[in-house]
Design a protein around this ligand. Sequence first.
Ligand code: DAH
Length: 439
Amino acid sequence: MNTLTLSRRALNLLTSGSSLPTTSCLSASPSSFVQSSHLSTIRLLGRDYPADEETNVSAHLLKHTDRLLHLQKQHPLQIVKQRIVENMQAKYLWNNRSPLFSHYDNISPIVTRAQNFDELLVPGDHVSRQRQDNYFINKDLMLRAHMTCHDSDMIRSGLDCFLTTGDVYRRDTIDRTHYPVFHQMDCVRLFSTWELEEFAQDPKNFKAFADEGSPADPNIQSCHTTEAVKIMEYSLKSTLIGLVQSLFGRCKYRWVEATFPFTYPSFELEILYNDEWLEVLGCGILMQDILVKSAVPKKVGWAFGLGLERLAMAMYNIPDIRLFWSEDERFLKQFRVDNIHRPIKFEPYNNYTSRARDIAFWLPANFVENDFYDFVRDKLPRDTVEDIKLIDNFSKGDRTSHCYRLTYRAWDRHLTSEEANHIHDTLATEVTKIGGVVR
Ligand code: DAH
């Protein structure tokens, strides 16, 4: 492997008496890897939003907001979505006629922090709120980090049983299973007491809510009765096993205890896939406080959420999450099926040479790794970087240096060594431009 720890071009820039400061006095400004910090407006889905010091949406990301892959006919994500909707709607009918669950897949991804966090009871200091993990448009608005963010509004609008599908946005590393935009489905089912009654031991005396002062069961919310939770948990788990088996056939599965701020108790479902346990969804009994705040204090309910990419990658053997964004016919044509239930095995077509190069630099103040990953995506478009790994980390005095190994590739051909060098030099120059010190 050709390793270039010291970018020659970057070093030249530093030492050639250019207007750039010299190494010794170079100090990068705080969060200087955040590209959007200088913008005054952010154009998103046809509208301008004022930017402020909270803005961290990247140019790379903005290009993805209008693709709506889950609405693109015969796209693998759209096919999986359709199969899930069909399964849920066929299983639950109202008056034996119309589907109980309604489905919404065109809700704007621009939400308030209150929708994404507060309404779901996410504590103020919860890790999921961090700037380094979310894309903020400004201090009020963000790109949703999960589809659960619409649950309160949907419930408040009068819906008891619904599914939502959409694109969600999270800052993360660069590799074959992570992409800053992916797709989720969320589902809520609410019950009135009388709907649970028919499954109770003694329907006449059944109660969904615990009497005040009754002994507390630590495994459930104190306002619920154990029997109501048992009935709901059975309904939730059998729904989900049915759903997963409709996608994967008969497979081994297990329930794992989980923690989400918006459900208690909470679970994750894992299936045995290619000899490994694969987590496929999160779920639980909705926190009553959410229902109280959504104006349905007398109902109880369950919810679940799942990622479409993860399911589709397993179902169709798709090896890289970035393939979903491909406009290459060789990818798309493999999913042009007349029947969405037909088994599909994706045939890889782009096993091209990739090339690794290393870059090491002194970290600017307030550095977070996700800032660097977004920077790389912005500066090297078309997902040229296949993978990025921190391979070395050392401190000298009050300075810290990181060394990253970047694997470069082209999507439609082998990458030559010269091309990789050129791409790598471009990146080193960009790092230098923003005041980073390439070692
Ligand atoms: N929102 C969760 C996530 O993105 C997934 C989830 C878990 C959704 C439990 C739910 C739920 O509706 O009940 O990881």
